[in-house]
Write a protein that binds this ligand. Sequence first.
Ligand code: ITT
Length: 193
Amino acid sequence: MRIVAATGNRGKLAELSALLAPGGWEVVAQSQFNCSEAPETAVTFVENALLKARNACAHTGLAAIADDSGLEVDALHGEPGVRSARYAGAGASNADNIRKLLAALEAVEAPRRTARFRCVLVYMRHAADPAPVISAGVWEGRIAEAPAGDNGFGYDPVFLVDGLGKTAAQLNASVKNRLSHRARALRRLSAAL
Ligand code: ITT
C-alpha cells in the first residue's frame, strides 16, 4: 500500500515512515512527485492538514497523509501554535525559532513553563474525498531553560518530556515514536482506518 506524505519536513517524513511501516504502508514523499507545498493559510491545525493532504492528492492522484502540528506554550497563551514552523519569521531555522522561544520565556519560572506538542493527521483517499479520516494527539511537557540533545527536529531540544527528565531530542527515535503527539495521533488514525 502506497501513501504520499504531504510534508516537506524531513523530520516528520522520517517519523511518519517509521510509524506507518509496521502497518504495511510504503510512504513516499510528495517531493518525489515534484509536488509543491500547499500554502498554510488557515488558523487551525485541522484546516491546514486538510489543505496539505488535498494538495498532495491532487498532484499525485494517490492517497495522502498530512500532518499539521505545533508547540503550544501556556505562558505564551498557546503560541507559537499553528505558526510553530515560522515563529521567528518565514524561512526561520529550528535554531532561530528556539532562540525566539527561549527569549520570550526568559522571565518565566520552571513551574509555569508548561507546554504541549499537538498533532493533527488527515488521511485522504483522493482530492475530492468527502470523508477524510482525521485524528489528533498531544504530548505534555515543559520548556527547558536551554537546548539539550541532538535527535529529532524542531523544538525537540527544548521540550522536556513530562515524567522523563529528558528533552525529546535526548530520546532515541523508537522511544519518541512510542510517546509523541504524532505517535498518539497515528495510533488513533490506524484504529479509525
Ligand atoms: P509541512 O507543513 O511541510 O508538513 P512544517 O514543518 O511546515 O512541514 P507544520 O506547519 O505542521 O509543518 O509546522 C510544525 C512545526 O511544529 C515544525 O516545523 C516544528 O517546528 C514543530 N513541531 C511539530 N512536531 C514536532 C516534533 O515532533 N518535534 C519538534 N518540533 C515539532
